[in-house]
Design a binder for this molecule. Structure first.
Ligand SMILES: NC(=O)c1ccc[n+]([C@@H]2O[C@H](COP(=O)([O-])OP(=O)(O)OC[C@H]3O[C@@H](n4cnc5c(N)ncnc54)[C@H](O)[C@@H]3O)[C@@H](O)[C@H]2O)c1
Ligand SMILES: O=C(O)C(=O)C[C@@H](O)[C@H](O)[C@H](O)COP(=O)(O)O
Ligand SMILES: [Zn+2]
Length: 363
């Protein structure tokens, strides 16, 4: 079992490996009641876990939430609060999130907001949630105007990445998660890129050693980045903190909103990273070869790199609501070279338009 520590205000461990789920009782010490928020696809697993915890004397409540982004809404949040009230969940009790990143984002926000904050344990069940969403304490929901516009920072007590849970995950979801893995390669750990390039098919095989190594290395990048800048407070062109993890998300999130949150997050971010690489080439010195490497690598893991299915002006307006923006100033994460992140401040509109046009499948 691999372990990665996140040095938050209250440090916690991310446990990665087959059977990691067995670490749950230890994380619940001191709790009397536990609410397990889970996606429908995890219903059987949630009930099994609840029975095991009940056998240990805990009072358990399973709360099934809608699939995918359907969980990250105000209505679902209200429903969960009502269920926690019925269950009598107190400040010494714990909310568990069992599912993909949408479920853990919602569950984390339920934990952050209930009684102004109760304990939270994250049990991610997709690649994307293991390497990214479950780690680092960003929680929240979407509104029509944009992705994750309402939320809170709320660190978990621990994260259990049980690789056994990934067996049977659809290939499209594996690819989506690999977008965030490859992102970690672009921004901080070139070894990740090499591991994918050496054998892309094995990189997509969730039972392979290569895949497990990729997950661990991506979690290490995430943990190190958030440990130095938990609340995304550090940012300048030469010293980029947590914002580095937002590489590709300025356009990516706008695409998700334009597609009414029906797209896979990693697919949107893949296109967003190609866009960010094009911007970086024009404004931050990223070599043309590295832009081509973005397209090649992302395609190798089954991700889209071209897009023209939305109106540019609409996307551009949504990008202004990105959390990195300050006033009228758009700020994007860029790359000077692989592994060297910078902030691109107020990119000229003409350059953005050119980069958008470079995404056209016919370009
Ligand atoms: N908080 C953060 O730091 C952070 C980081 C990255 C992404 N996110 C968020 O995470 C979300 C995307 O996460 P995701 O890609 O996991 O999406 P998701 O939660 O929608 O899960 C994807 C699909 O996989 C299914 N699924 C989950 N586990 C499964 C399993 N073991 N076997 C088979 N099917 C399974 C789900 O039911 C869903 O249909 C987005 O909302 C994104 O904004 C948050
Ligand atoms: O953890 C972070 O910080 C990230 O930016 C990771 C992203 O991959 C993730 O999608 C996150 O949810 C985006 O956050 P947001 O603040 O842009 O909503
Ligand atoms: Zn993301």
């Amino acid at each position: 079992m691999a372990e990665v520590e996140v040095r938050a205000e209250r440090p916690y461990r991310v446990q990665i490996g087959a059977g990691a789920l067995s670490g749950l009782p230890e994380l619940l010490q001191g709790a009397r009641r536990v609410a397990i928020l889970h996606a429908g696809v995890m219903a059987d697993r949630a009930h099994t876990v609840a029975h095991e915890l009940a056998a240990d004397g805990l009072q358990t409540t399973c709360i099934e939430v809608p699939d995918g982004e359907g969980a990250k809404t105000g209505e679902v949040l209200l429903h969960c609060w009502d269920r926690l009230a019925e269950a009598g969940l107190t400040r010494s009790d714990v909310v568990v999130g069992l599912g993909g990143g949408a479920t853990t984002d919602l569950a984390g926000f339920v934990a952050a907001s209930w009684l102004r904050g109760v304990g939270f344990v994250s049990i991610p069940t997709t690649v994307l949630a293991m390497v990214d969403a479950a780690v680092g304490g960003k929680t929240g929901i979407n509104i029509t105007a944009g992705k994750n516009l309402v939320g809170a920072f709320h660190e978990p007590l621990g994260v259990l990445c049980d690789l056994d849970l990934l067996v049977g995950l659809p290939e499209r979801e594996v690819s989506s998660g690999l977008a965030e893995v490859v992102k970690c390669g672009f921004i901080a750990d070139e070894r990740i890129l090499e591991l994918v390039e050496q054998d892309p098919a094995e990189a997509r095989d969730v039972t392979s050693v290569r895949f497990a190594t990729l997950v661990r290395r991506a979690v290490q990048v995430k943990a190190q980045t958030v440990s130095t800048d938990l609340r995304e407070a550090t940012s300048s062109a030469d010293r980029v903190g947590r914002e580095a993890l937002n590489y590709g998300h300025t356009l990516g999130h706008a695409i998700e909103a334009a597609q009414h949150f029906t797209w896979r997050h990693g697919e949107a971010i893949s296109i967003g990273m190609v866009f960010a690489a094009e911007v970086s080439h024009r404004l931050a010195g990223l070599a043309a070869d590295d832009v081509a490497r973005h397209r090649r690598l992302l395609s190798q893991v089954g991700l889209p790199t071209a897009y023209n299915a939305a109106d540019w002006n609409q996307l551009r307006a949504t990008m202004s609501l990105d959390k990195k923006a300050r006033g009228d100033q758009l700020r994007m994460v860029g790359l000077r070279r692989m592994g060297e992140v910078t902030i691109v401040d107020s990119p000229p509109e003409q350059v953005l338009l050119e980069c958008w046009q470079a995404l056209d499948p016919g370009a």
